[in-house]
Design a binder for this molecule. Sequence first.
Ligand code: ASP
Length: 341
Amino acid sequence: MRTASRYGTTVRMFTAIGVVSLVAACAGNGGTGAGGPSGGGFPDQSITIVVPFSAGGPTDTVTRMIAEPMAAKLGAKIVVQNVEGAGGTVGAGEVARAEPDGYTVLMHHIGMSTAPALYQNLGFKPLEDFQTVGLVTEVPMTVVARKDFAPATLQDLVTHVKANADKVTLANAGIGAASHLCGLLFQTAAGVKVQEVPYEGTGPALTDLVGGQVDFMCDQTTNTSGQISAGEVKAYAVTTPERVKSLPDVPTTAEAGLPKLEVSVWHGLYVPTGTPQDIVQKLSEALKVALADQKVVDQMAKLGTAPVPAGDATPQAHRTKLEEQLGVWAKVIADAGVKAS
Ligand code: ASP
């Protein structure tokens, strides 16, 4: 891979962001950014999956879950590499510029569809520079706080942040990260604005939350479930219409009084445009096998999520989802006037 460039993360302007569900249907066919015709004996060396956030966070966790069964299916070693920074755009940029040979793969989430509207100098174009491989999972989020934070319920949290907006801190994983978007939705739904503290992933953000260095954050159940169950953080709500089976005592945002805060986070695998189609197909087949693996299904269920249906672990379904989400977020972000520079 070539060297990554850095993108700034300063919010230049902030206004309220419109409430929107991050969930959308995955259906139909789309273009696939087709590459060359043949990948020969792929794979004959190890494959790197780039995670554009810190080790130990939710994107990293899901990637490591599927890496082993994918490697078994492909008959090659898979290395997971964390290339964090700027809400996932640094790692994504590296993969966009990598050799299109199937040996460098990106795991990214909803941030792929928000980045073009947020970053002026992004350095890549999602639909032009990437070939979609397949969707992976769609993960509920949770609103969590340090365990000794005063508010007891989501409504108390709203009241508390309104009264203490200059003191309360909200962690996120950088502009365009799922935690950032969910935090914006929270602030809009609650009608407040608080201080945001960016990290390079919500793995380290959660460590600081447990340690009491920040007050609260939104993050995916794939990162927060263990700490919620162990009582290491306080959980106010899950951001899906239904409760999450593995967190039966945590109310939904609708039950807790903020029905407009509804968010779940879709993930997918990408390779650089120009990757031969039979290699893309091999990766997609391996993804499907991994998502059907009972161990993966069980691990995901324990962390409050599930693999996408097999039909969505395809380049076409993933491309359709990306196109649709790019449109949704371009509008929401333009309306909100949020920018990273
Ligand atoms: N998924 C997290 C977020 O977007 C980042 C991470 O995986 O660490 O907030």
